[in-house]
Design a protein. Structure first.
Length: 201
């Protein structure tokens, strides 16, 4: 999939006015928090009937992404399932805008991260106001040449898009390996927390 493409309906909508939200220079570091802790926090703050099952929460240093599942519409045998699912997603987005904003504001104040929302309904999905965060890096001439080749071939419009395409390619083709790395890091963090407390003041 080429960078900048948008296969999901409604992506980039909501409060962002259609644009991803970057972050300025951070003056206060966000508190350490796990996805499990956030799952519990959102479970306590979301209305019980907002989603058909508990939402999945992902987190990094910049963003909390809450993904919920909507029930499938009841369809006649000749109804278009994709059209019905997308209509339900759009209705959810409009009808839950105010409570989602209120919950996001509380979470952003507490966890010092932007909150984004995504929903799945059958085979359809959409994301609302997802964050787009700039990442600085230094590349040597051969690495820059790889990005420029992607630009010259029309795969990307800029080096930043070409780099995002490379990251997505790794995520798509090495998903199992990355998942194992993430799980190993979570195990290390858990073991560290279970260790003896420091006696230093």
């Amino acid at each position: 999939m080429a960078p900048g493409s948008n296969p999901s309906p409604g992506r980039g909508g909501g409060r962002g006015g259609g644009r991803g939200r970057g972050r300025g220079r951070r003056t206060v570091e966000p508190p350490a928090v796990t996805a499990v802790e956030l799952q519990a926090w959102f479970a306590g703050n979301l209305p019980d009937d907002m989603f058909s099952e508990p939402p999945v929460v992902r987190v990094d240093r910049d963003e909390i992404l809450v993904t919920g599942t909507l029930p499938l519409p009841k369809l006649g045998k000749d109804d278009d399932a994709a059209l019905a699912a997308n209509a339900r997603i759009e209705a959810f987005r409009e009808e839950t805008r105010e409570p989602r904003i209120a919950i996001a504001e509380r979470a952003e104040a507490k966890f010092l991260r932007k909150v984004s929302w995504a929903v799945d309904c059958g085979d359809e999905s959409a994301s609302f106001t997802t964050a787009s965060v700039p990442v600085m890096t230094r590349l040597n001439i051969d690495e820059r040449a790889t990005l420029d080749t992607l630009i010259d071939a029309g795969v990307a419009r800029s080096r930043s898009e070409a780099l995002a395409w490379c990251v997505q390619l790794v995520a798509d083709n090495e998903a199992d390996w990355i998942s194992k790395l993430r799980g190993a890091m979570e195990d290390v963090a858990q073991l560290r927390d279970e260790g003896p407390a420091s006696t230093q003041d």
